[in-house]
Design a protein around this ligand. Sequence first.
Ligand code: SF4
Length: 441
Amino acid sequence: MSKKLLLKNAHIEGIRYFETYRKHGGYEAAEKALKMTPDEILEEVKTSGLRGRGGAGFPTGMKWSFLAKPEGVPRHLVVNADESEPGTFKDRYLMEFLPHLLIEGMLISSYCLGSNVSYIYIRGEYSWIPDILEEAIEEAKAAGFLGKNILGTGFDLEIYVQRGGGAYICGEETALLESLEGKRGNPRLKPPFPAVKGLWERPTVVNNVESIAAIVPIIDITGAEYAKIGVGRSTGTKLISACGNINKPGVYEIDMTITVEEFIYSDEYCGGIKDGKRLKACIPGGSSVPIVPANLLLKTVNGEPRYMNYESLADGGFATGTMMGSGGFIVLDEDQCVVEHTMTLARFYNHESCGQCTPCREGTGWMYKILKKIENGQGKMEDIDLLWDIQRKIEGNTICPLGDAAAWPVAAAIRHFRDEFEWHVKNPELCLTQNYGLANY
Ligand code: SF4
């Protein structure tokens, strides 16, 4: 059984409210942290090996150490709660059921970074959650954990919740900052990075909800103890939101030592494939990461088990592996059509492109049209090569990672499931009524 750090109290009735949260050890890590120096907290976070839980997996302590500290210029912490990646809903779970864990993590992180005004930027579709967060903020303030002179330390902190308008691109940190400033959420060219010029051109750290929540157990048990959980550079625990053709969709906390097979088939997690069907493929880290066929998902190319961690999932690069990404684990059974699935994603990325760069603006629409043709039995063999060509020209040639996110699923689908694309072209009538299925692999 995986160790629980973030969700250990999630089952307790009323844990959403300050009184219950406090009764079960809430804000003790904050009390401890406020007796430490900001540098000591930073060292704990670095020692913990925590990697950003939003998708990129960049070491959080290192990110914090890049924060510029010019004299007299305010600094900010911005929590990225714009969880819009299809298949990812673990931050929603944290905010909905454990809002004080996020607030406590923000208090410790803001104190460490020297931010007296911090923000939670939340996607517009999570319409009911800002009220939960604002209630938690008021409760924390009434108890002296927010506001002026927190616990007599002289440290002040205000937290504001800002609702987004529902654009996927606002999950990209610079687009998020533009939106937070009241402008259209277009990504900025980097450099300068937000750590130097972020919100209102002030030094800013943007971190994912889960990353900031994880600061609480790191301070609680120490960075060294946190680093002992997990394996290699995949330290601590990770929330995975599992969905698709499984028996038990939901949010699970894993310690990154379990195998993918165990995660899918164990009753503790996904509980196996729905209706006793067979596993066809999986997208283990949210819709942007490459799809992986079952044979490569359960075993590496060397025949070793594949583990639910950053290194093992990425083993072999995009040729064989995939990425941990945001932890949005999407499972496809034997009846799912990879062409249709890829087409749906292409439509999504085309719709969400901000339109600033030509490869993304034009390429995503072009890919969607070709995939639609193939899916509807009107494709030609050369369309598959054209599709391959287009995704190659998008990847690495855009301002922000949305271009890559749109290209990778198409590349992986063609790489691993080319037969299925060709079957659609060769069987234009059959593909309208039947799926390629698993038997053909
Ligand atoms: Fe906009 Fe796409 Fe360019 Fe990102 S890659 S800046 S979403 S056009």
